[in-house]
Design a protein around this ligand. Sequence first.
Ligand SMILES: C[S@@+](CC[C@H](N)C(=O)[O-])C[C@H]1O[C@@H](n2cnc3c(N)ncnc32)[C@H](O)[C@@H]1O
Length: 271
Amino acid sequence: MTSTIAAYPGGKHTLAPLLVRFMPNLSRNISGFGGMANEILAMPQRKIRIYNDKDKDLCILLSCFAKEETRVKLFHEILKYEYCKENFMELKAKTSSGYYGQVEIWVYAAWVWYTLLVSRDGGREAYSKDKDMEMGKNFQHRIMGKKWDLMRLEGIGVWNKDIYDLIEEEIQNPDGNQTFYFLDSPYYGNKASYKYNMVSDFDHNLYCKSLVKLKGAIMVCGYDNNNLYDEILVKKHGFKKIKLGLYAVTMGYHQRGEKCKLETECIWINY
Ligand SMILES: C[S@@+](CC[C@H](N)C(=O)[O-])C[C@H]1O[C@@H](n2cnc3c(N)ncnc32)[C@H](O)[C@@H]1O
């Protein structure tokens, strides 16, 4: 299994090797809700790989990983920081107003990456206390351990669009029928701390009704109990539903020592 950029609410790091088996071999691939790009890291090389996320901070981080020059500077920069609460609080505050050219882009990307790595479940909200990391050099080793795997992000395109705009544009795109759309939205009813979320029945209704207009191959992720997807995607539009098995719920915090809740992960595909 490849390394992940960082833990993340709803991140598909564990599931990605299985998801890849169900992905079609098309030359153009778009990940509509990119997060930590776990599916891109796991999939075989493709001619065109596009990462999209509405969260601009994540797009800044991913665009630095996508080019060798900025990736090297980003690693150099993040290795300056020890694992500690003071650094977390400082960099969380420094990223709270977003990027407006205050420092070089890879310096800002390092701040974003640090807040992901050092926060609880990658939520960028609360500090994740870790005595071993705080005492030694394990944090730097952990980061260096990601270096080779994250080179797989070289050359990806990075978009910072709202999924509804992306879908509207792709419906008009003549390359759309040669495209694989991987759609791992925030799940219906989730409790994650995303900057942009999709939680309600209204959001997911609108989302499903738009995505079915795409002309390429589509894979949608969600939990088995999502009747809305069954109604719209399966019954009305002939998608197949595949149950992948029980996995830990990661969209929301769990307390230390608390047992992880499990849910059945599913995909809905139109091919
Ligand atoms: C479940 S996560 C994706 C996880 C990703 N597959 C991974 O393994 O790392 C959902 C992502 O959707 C993004 N998002 C939320 N609303 C969005 C919208 N309207 N358009 C595009 N991205 C959105 C969030 O910022 C979040 O990063």
